[in-house]
Design a binder for this molecule. Structure first.
Ligand code: MN
Length: 129
């Protein structure tokens, strides 16, 4: 599939650009925010289909931001995926409990990203394994 709106919330500009390039190549409309508070504002404004959310960010971190988005009627239905450098055993549970639909470990495998997004967006499935 191609199309759909994706919001990248990530304080690392290089990571944002990398992800944006891949997603735009695959036909998605991409929005960016560089911290959790800006991410919440962007989600309210653009109503993305999916949010890729970094965990460690200034102003409002990803775990807090996802909870706030899940508590807001206008954003609670959005697919939300955590981007984390600290994926360890048991982390999936922690992210799901916070409100994420799934998570991916950084550095992100950009060759697989669009495939993953299709799983999340179209099939509403978590990544296998
Ligand atoms: Mn970060």
């Amino acid at each position: 599939m191609s199309g759909g709106k994706i919001l990248i919330v990530e304080d690392n500009a290089k990571n944002r650009m990398l992800i944006r390039d891949v997603l735009e190549y695959h036909g998605y409309k991409v929005f960016e925010a560089e911290d959790g508070a800006a991410g919440i504002a962007a989600a309210m404004k653009w109503h993305p289909d999916l949010i890729l959310m970094d965990i460690q960010m200034p102003v409002i971190d990803g775990m807090t931001a996802v909870k706030m988005l899940r508590n807001a009627p206008e954003t609670r239905g959005i697919k939300m995926i955590a981007l984390t450098s600290f994926a360890m055993k048991g982390d999936r549970e922690k992210f799901l409990t916070a409100g994420f639909d799934d998570y991916v470990a950084k550095p992100i495998d950009t060759r697989k990203l669009s495939e993953w997004i299709e799983l999340w967006l179209v099939k509403s499935q978590p990544l296998p394994g």
